[in-house]
Design a protein around this ligand. Structure first.
Ligand code: ZN
Ligand code: MN
Length: 131
């Protein structure tokens, strides 16, 4: 993973932080902080959970990753910050992306005077594996 790609993040790039960034790069599993900690610890056994968590908070504050609060058990992180929707399995808590756009609009009288700029919708159900 080229370091240059992350220079624009304006966070201090330590080897541990680069390992976290490269784990997140292109990751579509919407991992929790614990998942990320477990994965990166294999490479950096001395890394603390606090380092992982602080890095995630810094990346979130810079708008580089999205923090998802749709899993009741734990916060999940999405490195994909292009607009998209999610399908969530209520049994295994897997989160799947929907990148296609579809027709779903708020009727004018429900916008409460807002000028709408986007939407992100969560669909709940039972995934193929859990059925
Ligand atoms: Zn499932
Ligand atoms: Mn997503």
């Amino acid at each position: 993973m080229p370091v240059q790609k992350y220079r624009s993040l304006q966070i201090k790039l330590t080897p541990q932080r680069l390992a976290i960034l490269s784990y997140l790069n292109g990751n579509k599993t919407h991992p929790s902080a614990e998942d990320i900690y477990k994965a990166v610890q294999k490479q950096y056994p001395t890394m603390s959970f606090a380092t992982v968590y602080n890095t995630l908070e810094a990346l979130r504050d810079k708008g580089n990753i999205r923090e998802l609060k749709i899993d009741p058990a734990k916060k999940r992180y999405d490195p994909d910050n292009t607009p998209h929707h999610h399908l969530i399995c209520v049994k295994c808590n897997c989160i799947v992306d929907i990148h296609e756009d579809f027709d779903l609009n708020l009727p004018g009288k429900l916008t409460r005077g807002f000028d709408l700029i986007g939407k992100s919708i969560e669909f709940y159900g039972i995934c193929r594996k859990c059925k």
